[in-house]
Design a protein around this ligand. Structure first.
Ligand SMILES: Nc1ncnc2c1ncn2[C@@H]1O[C@H](COP(=O)(O)OP(=O)(O)OP(=O)(O)O)[C@@H](O)[C@H]1O
Ligand SMILES: [Mg+2]
Length: 212
């Protein structure tokens, strides 16, 4: 589904953050990116979701060059990266409802209800994002990825700020996504999350950036 060849990303001062990255990720597989702070995991995820552009190399989605502007790509990739942002005056349920409807989900109400319940956001559904705790905001961001169509799920350190039951839920949910035939790409610093989601034979753990 996702094919990366010779990807490099340099920043203005010539610093090469990523060089010669090759990756292949198929449906029903998990790939976990690990490595030191500053190693380039988030940069790579941004290049793979079209938020950033590689300096060189190719990114193919279903054998076609990735173009995040096409509706097909936007329906295919659900990403929760570092840059979590919400509309300040839309409530929790309104955010999820908007996301589901914008992506043409059938029966958005029941999909949104399910996500609210699963992520423990039910009681908070009428609240504005500004009044949520940091972990509750992270749960809302994750819920957004689960109320929309997706074939490739991309998450940057999704365990951040979650409590223990949140991390346990996340691991179970990602395993279920894999079993449902999604491709799951996750950067994480959590060995236990890595172990829980990427211990299958077809799963991959990729080190990005050497030890510093
Ligand atoms: N816009 C930018 N301009 C210049 N340098 C950048 C920019 N964005 C990232 N970098 C640099 O690229 C390197 C890789 O950063 P990146 O955020 O991808 O690392 P990471 O592996 O996600 O780290 P962490 O584990 O801390 O999340 C870092 O040295 C960072 O300072
Ligand atoms: Mg990062």
């Amino acid at each position: 589904m996702l094919e990366v060849r010779g990807l490099a990303r340099c920043y203005g001062d010539g610093m090469e953050v990523l060089s010669d990255i090759d990756l292949d990720l198929d449906a029903g597989q998990v790939m976990v990116l690990v490595g030191p702070n500053g190693g380039g995991k988030s940069t790579l995820l941004r290049c793979l979701t079209g938020v950033d552009e590689p300096t060189s190399g190719t990114v193919l989605l279903d054998q076609e060059p990735l173009d995040e502007r096409t509706p097909e790509t936007r329906r295919a990739i659900a990403a929760v990266l570092d840059d979590i942002d919400f509309f300040p005056d839309l409530s929790v349920v309104e955010h999820l409802d908007l996301m589901a409807r914008a992506h043409g989900v059938e029966d958005p109400e029941s999909v949104v209800d399910e996500a609210l319940a699963e992520l423990g956001l039910w009681e908070l559904s009428g609240r504005l994002p500004g009044s949520l705790s940091s972990g509750q905001r992270r749960r809302l961001a994750l819920a957004g990825a689960f109320v929309r169509p997706r074939r490739l799920l991309v998450l940057d350190e999704p365990e951040q700020r979650l409590d223990r039951s949140g991390v346990e839920w996340l691991a179970r949910r990602l395993v279920r996504e894999k079993k449902d035939g999604l491709a799951v790409l996750v950067a994480t610093h959590s060995p236990s999350l890595q172990e829980a989601i990427a211990s299958g034979k077809r799963d991959q753990v990729v080190e990005i950036g050497g030890p510093r």
